[in-house]
Design a protein around this ligand. Sequence first.
Ligand code: FAD
Length: 472
Amino acid sequence: RNASTKYDVLVVGGGPGGYVAAIKAAQLGYNTACIEKRGALGGTCLNVGCIPSKSLLNNSHLYHQIVHEAETRGIAIDGKVSVDFDKLMAAKDKAVKTLTGGIEMLFKKNKVTYIKGAGSFVDEHKVAVTPIDGSEAHEVEADHIIVATGSEATPFPGIEIDEERIVTSTGILSLKEIPKRLSIIGGGIIGLEMASVYSRIGSEVTVIEFQNAIGAGMDAEVAKTTQKLLAKQGLKFKLGTKVTKGVREGDVVKIEVEDVKSGKKEELESDVLLVAIGRRPYTEGLNLEKAGLELDNKGRLVIDDQYRTKHEHIRVIGDVTFGPMLAHKAEEEGIAAAEYIKHGHGHVNYANIPSVMYTHPEVAWVGLNEEQLKEKGIKYKVGKFPFIANSRAKTNLDTDGFVKFIADAETQRVLGVHVIGPNAGEMIAEGGLALEYGASTEDIARTCHAHPTLSEAFKEAALSTFDKPINF
Ligand code: FAD
């Protein structure tokens, strides 16, 4: 490579935001390169996030079903059913490898140059690359730069992570053995997904949460039901509880907690402690000052509504800037940023970004919840339909949960959809479509849904906002 290679578009970070932006920019005709320092494309999501967690969730769920439901379902098991933890992890690693390799192929197909190295700004048009293979550093230059360097786990003040006994989400995805006792600080999505995985395969799991409710951001009624169902599966919850200490002593972790209200202290012991209190933007080593880029007080790169920093040609997308830290949000922004460069316009509807928790049952929502609507003073109606009254859920012996629609009291326009139940993560796509097209609940209730499917519960919940349901 020359001392300085020039590209039309240079993307720093190859996660869901960066790799999608790079492919889109190339498809729009730009000579594009993407710098990634991890040694694999796909970022947090594919390597240590969405994908490995979903592999463990899916396979641990299958195991749990076999152990607890095989007999009821008429499946006889001759001999012992057990978890082969090494193979469970190997299946996860294989899924990660296949998918990250797939992005490399997509880069080739779209003629995106993949630069394996760490990028840091030299000035607002030049980025120095330190290759991961140890070869000599060099500079690349670009007319447009898209920063997509993502996020990292937020540390807990005073608790030292060793990724063995005291772990972040990265360590918990690669444990060497199933911990007998697992404690988790944080009852958000990542904490509860990992709690589910390890509880299903035999760990005693305790979730410690400062707030009085789990599932940050969930509709309160859904969060309550979720907690009840997860508790039934064996998860222990300590809500309204503050962690004051967590130290490793040999092979155990000693944790001190305090009841937020009463101040009552308690000591817990665990084999592994997962710190899952959130994520923070990651800009280490980027040398932002050299390009004069600005961070806000939460460490997020500051941008305008076209993802532009104070330099028009440097844009920022994904976890490292504002908005929900979700892979699909980063991807949408990747497309929009490339389109802004090409056409001067792009589009992401921030009022319509679904959230999904892949526990069992799954929990998914899009749009506003009751608490948010009350705060805004918007009058609304609620329609609910339980899966216990849905023929497919009953046939599948999987009836926990419900679909909840929130519609404008006067116009019936869909304002929010909240689902707890089997396949909620797939079903929520229909809610997103309804929001995007400004549908009313009547539009949905009058749309023919196939029988027998779980989506009939979706239709009947919509119907329930303005009329009587048929099957309940
Ligand atoms: P990232 O994916 O973090 O990618 C940034 C990349 O930039 C990294 O690969 C990093 O190595 C690279 N990089 C950083 N600095 C430099 C540099 N200076 N030079 C070169 N490269 C650099 N989201 C969902 O939507 N669904 C889920 O189910 C889900 N599950 C999750 C589970 C876990 C355990 C975790 C931790 C996260 C999960 N997320 C999920 C969140 C999701 O992973 C992130 O929102 C998403 O990865 C953000 O994409 P991004 O491109 O902004 O950043």
